[in-house]
Write a protein that binds this ligand. Structure first.
Ligand SMILES: Cc1cc2nc3c(=O)[nH]c(=O)nc-3n(C[C@H](O)[C@H](O)[C@H](O)COP(=O)(O)OP(=O)(O)OC[C@H]3O[C@@H](n4cnc5c(N)ncnc54)[C@H](O)[C@@H]3O)c2cc1C
Length: 288
């Protein structure tokens, strides 16, 4: 099917969840993935197309109960310019600064990126180091239901997630990081910022002296899903960031990455990038 027969523009989350519960619905947010995929014939429209962009409950970035709530419709430009994120979660601002062009940043949304579930999506690695959760909303049997999932459990494969067909991703909740938490994001692409990542890395942890504690290392574009590099985290945990520790962690990350070769890079090249970029980030954190 090249287009849908019916078009919905719900104004409330409940209305959208009700439409979704009837089945056969394609959801449209910014359209920067969906329109490309449908035009290329990789995705087929369902009989109904639901534009979710007018739902106020999916918008905005706010502080609630010690967490930052990022509505699914927050655009990449919102991430880049939002003062709460700039102050509390600057790694998301940093990521947004590496993301595509102004036109794509203005249209592309956080919810769209996560539900598209590209292994090379830029939004997931920083959210992984921030231990974010996704809020999934549905309306089974006529009643609204919300469940939350750690982002680390959300992705199941390229283009696949644990979101059920009747669920809409409503928001991402990010717990407020502990004092002295530092995080960095680095992306490498053929044309930095304008290209899908050849590799994306986020690293976070609580800095005490020259060491990182509660270390989190997330890698994008090196496996079927964005992932936490747990052995690299263990190699860094609580250790002073000296040359030997940084070199050992970078070598560990290179081993943990299991990339494929594709049009953007060979697997070998991606592993070398992981090694070199991890070193660059860690030296930067050590000096910061
Ligand atoms: C030229 C270009 C450059 C790009 N550069 C980058 C880049 O640098 N980095 C990067 O990470 N990505 C990049 N992308 C990919 C894309 O822009 C992002 O993935 C974007 O965030 C997708 O958001 P969207 O709102 O446009 O999603 P859409 O295209 O509207 O939707 C994507 C998918 O998610 C589903 N969906 C959307 N919102 C929800 C929701 N709330 N709940 C459930 N399902 C939902 C849709 O049904 C669809 O299947 C680029 C794309 C283009 C065309």
């Amino acid at each position: 099917m090249t287009s849908s027969d019916r078009y919905f523009t719900p104004r409330t989350l409940e209305e959208a969840a009700g439409i979704l519960s009837q089945g056969g619905v394609t959801m449209l947010a910014g359209g920067t993935d969906l329109m490309v995929q449908t035009r290329a014939g990789r995705v087929r429209f369902q009989p109904a197309l639901m534009n979710i962009r007018h739902i106020a409950e999916l918008q905005g970035i706010s502080l609630h109960d010690g967490a930052v709530r990022i509505g699914a419709l927050a655009t990449i430009t919102d991430l880049l310019t939002n003062p709460i994120l700039r102050e509390k979660l600057p790694v998301l601002t940093e990521m947004a600064d590496h993301f595509a062009s102004d036109q794509i940043r203005n249209a592309g949304t956080v919810g769209g990126s996560l539900c598209n579930a590209s292994p090379a999506g830029d939004v997931a690695p920083p959210l992984l180091v921030l231990d974010a959760q996704v809020e999934l909303v549905s309306k089974p049997n006529g009643a609204m239901r919300m469940r939350t999932l750690p982002i680390a459990e959300f992705f199941t494969g390229p283009g696949r997630t644990r979101r059920e067909p009747n669920e809409l991703l409503a928001a991402v909740r990010v717990p407020m990081p502990r004092p002295a938490f530092v995080a960095r994001f680095l992306k490498f692409g053929t044309r930095p910022a304008l290209d899908i990542a050849t590799i994306a890395i986020a690293i976070g942890g609580v800095k005490k002296g020259r060491a990182l504690h509660d270390v989190r290392v997330a890698l994008g574009a090196v496996a079927p899903v964005p992932l936490r590099a747990e052995r690299t985290e263990a190699a860094l945990e609580g250790r002073d960031l000296d040359v030997a520790v940084i070199e050992a962690a970078a070598a560990m990350a290179r081993d943990e990455a299991k990339p494929i070769s594709d049009v953007r890079a060979t697997a070998w090249y991606r592993q070398e990038l992981v090694h070199n970029l991890i070193k660059r980030i860690l030296f930067n954190v050590a000096q910061g």
